[in-house]
Design a protein around this ligand. Structure first.
Ligand SMILES: [Zn+2]
Length: 430
């Protein structure tokens, strides 16, 4: 029997047993932070909570949220619960405003990271005989390192090429026979473009079969484009520096994002009131790391909007799953009273025949009035055909049908929008 799961016991545990395990771990965690960190100790005291007050999973709601603001305030190591001496690895993400977010790991945290990433990559189909081209940027950012740890745990070969130097990427992909590609979805599309310019057919001339993509909000329609362009199965990854990096979820072959819930406890809250919502309802994702040592996050508000489900999945995993991220609440735009997420515009554009994967949303602000327009590159073939006003009109109609909002669309010549080797900049302000 081929091995279906990386960690069968954890991934197929009955839901009631999972909840028992979560509760046991949560109780330990609260004792642990109460004892080992001044900030958390004070936070519990201020909220009038003693560790023994946590008797059910629902009791977690008594604990105040952890916010980005807290992380900034206690930068860099104020939330560490071990000796600084016990930290063996540190990552950081560029803070959207001000100080970076720091992720410190003990030896045990590093092992946990490898374990959850191995689950994710195994669920994507990565095996020992695979060659994973790791084209996430190596550096402080968690991405590349998480993928490397997981792939090595499985025993796959990791090509540590990092991002950039795209022609070399293509040459190595060809020479090494890479079977898996890990990078941002937009970078994979740029790579396909460069491969074509170099005279290759991305579908035929490489051994690639699995894409492990993350670090970027992308629509389901964009996923289909990536799959078609490379002739691969494209998987979504999700994670945050504050939680562990990538590895929070494992996307199975039915494309469900199973949360590694024995280590990460998830809640969905109303972003305005902070009230806990039921499974299936859309709101902000809140995570608690149940087993991390160096920096446990308790009720961290992600600002990411999604829903969670506890239904059974055909893959056999019992771990709850989350929907794909609708967008960060930070990316949400309000135009003429309508709430707009960039991913909705992307999804609409991708419905239009002749529109390429390259587009930009242009945000303009005159006084207090925000307006949007979209610039898209048609495919080379469509561009040569002319009559681009038809294409623009069609795209405007698609966007209108999704948002009920008129957003002007302008076509621009192919290859004018700057390409990205990391996170694509889809929204620009003018
Ligand atoms: Zn599944």
């Amino acid at each position: 029997m081929p091995k279906e799961f990386w960690n069968k016991d954890a991934e197929t545990m009955p839901l009631n047993e999972l909840k028992e395990l979560q509760l046991k771990r949560l109780k330990n965690l609260i004792q642990y932070i109460h004892k080992n960190n001044k900030f958390y100790n004070k936070k519990l005291k201020d909220a009038n909570i003693k560790p023994d007050d946590i008797k059910t999973l629902k009791d977690i709601e008594k604990i105040p949220f952890l916010t980005k603001q807290d992380l900034r305030e206690y930068y860099p190591f104020g939330l560490v619960c071990t000796e600084i001496d016990d930290i063996v690895e540190v990552h950081a993400s560029s803070g959207t405003t001000g100080k970076p977010v720091v992720g410190p790991y003990t030896q045990k945290d590093v092992e946990l990271w490898g374990e959850v990433m191995a689950r994710s990559l195994w669920a994507n189909g990565l095996r020992k005989n695979d060659i994973m081209q790791n084209s996430y940027g190596y550096g402080l950012f968690t991405g590349a390192h998480g993928f490397e740890k997981g792939a090595q745990k499985i025993g796959a070969m990791v090509v540590t090429i990092s991002s950039g130097n795209t022609k070399r990427q293509i040459n190595m992909m060809k020479d090494f026979g890479s079977t898996a590609l890990a990078c941002t979805p937009s970078y994979s599309l740029y790579m396909a473009e460069v491969a074509e310019e170099m005279g290759y057919d991305p579908r035929e001339d490489f051994k690639l079969k699995i894409g492990c993509f993350g670090a970027e909000a992308w629509s389901e329609e964009m996923r289909k484009n990536v799959e078609k362009r490379w002739g691969i199965t494209a998987h979504e990854h999700y994670g945050l520096t504050e939680i562990i990096g990538p590895g929070v979820v494992s996307e199975c072959k039915h494309k469900k994002l199973h949360i590694n819930a024995d280590h990460f406890f998830t809640e969905i809250i109303d972003p305005d009131t902070g009230e806990t919502l039921e499974p299936g309802e859309e709101g902000e994702l809140v995570f608690t790391t149940l087993t991390k040592e160096a920096f446990p996050a308790i009720r961290f508000r992600t600002r990411d909007l999604a829903s969670i489900y506890e239904d059974a999945c055909e893959c056999g995993r019992t771990l709850p799953f989350q929907s794909r991220i609708k967008g960060r609440s930070d990316d949400m735009m309000k135009v003429k009273g309508v709430i707009v997420f960039p991913s909705q515009i992307e999804a609409a554009l991708m419905q239009v025949e002749g529109v390429s994967d390259n587009y930009q949303i242009v945000k303009t602000k005159k006084g207090n009035i925000a307006s949007l327009s979209v610039e898209v590159e048609p495919t080379e073939t469509r561009y040569k055909e002319g009559h681009l006003d038809n294409l623009e009109k069609q795209a405007e109609e698609e966007i209108y049908s999704v948002l009920n909002l008129r957003v002007p669309v302008k076509t621009i010549p192919p290859k004018t929008i700057p390409r990205s080797t990391g996170k694509a900049k889809r929204v620009i302000e003018r």
